[in-house]
Design a protein around this ligand. Sequence first.
Ligand code: ADP
Length: 261
Amino acid sequence: LEAQLRQSQKMEAVGQLAGGVAHDFNNILTVILGYCALLEMSAGGDGTHRHEIRQIADAAERAAALTRSLLAFSRKEAMHPELHDLNGVVDKVKGLLSRVIGEDVSLQVELSALPLVGKVDRAMIEQVLMNLATNARDAMPRGGLLGISTELVDLDEEYVQTHGCGTPGPHALICVSDTGVGMDADTRNRVFEPFFTTKEVGKGTGLGMSIVYGIVKQHRGNIHLYSEPGQGTTYRVFLPLDPAVAAGVVPAVPVPERGGS
Ligand code: ADP
């Protein structure tokens, strides 16, 4: 618990710093992109420096995309929660996910037969799924299986206590598993840390999982991971459901697996 507290304080501090810098940086990028557009128009006639101007604009746009990630991470983005069936949300991004993971990875989606209605920000949950899928793909350079399943679980007091946070009651459990390289204990402990990456320079920002963490926490949910080197990774995302809609459905409490953290 103490480690968790330290972790969330650290995330809070880095989040505030990153959010502040990202906000100001974004204003600067707007100026750069604005003048690039002006230059592109005035260089339109004879094409002088057209290529160079495009390079500048491309770089500024990449920086703007990174800034958006930083803002998302620092939770400066307002949440717009609405009632959604999470099965529908997962189903809708299926097409997009299969494009992210490429040809060598097969995608297997198993949706719960029960409706999983909760107050969620749809775009944010989509981002969670995209980030998890992107990491799964990167963990399977020679192909493999990406599994996504949804389930209704009713978390009891004891489960919530032993896992340190969250609220008891009906939850959607979204499992995202891959058959990739997996993680050792050190990586497992640092996955959610902002800017922690094991990827090559330029390939990873180390923000994907901290954004996921931030979004799940914003939804008063929970995320656990189970991973061993060479054995793949499973993420379990718990999102609280609307108790009125979920009422009357048989509960099931999941048992943590190997290598949990
Ligand atoms: P990035 O993907 O930019 O490196 P993330 O925050 O998304 O940043 O992930 C941080 C690190 O956690 C990754 O560099 C990787 O080492 C590890 N990781 C996350 N998900 C997985 C996974 N499914 N399989 C193996 N390693 C993972």
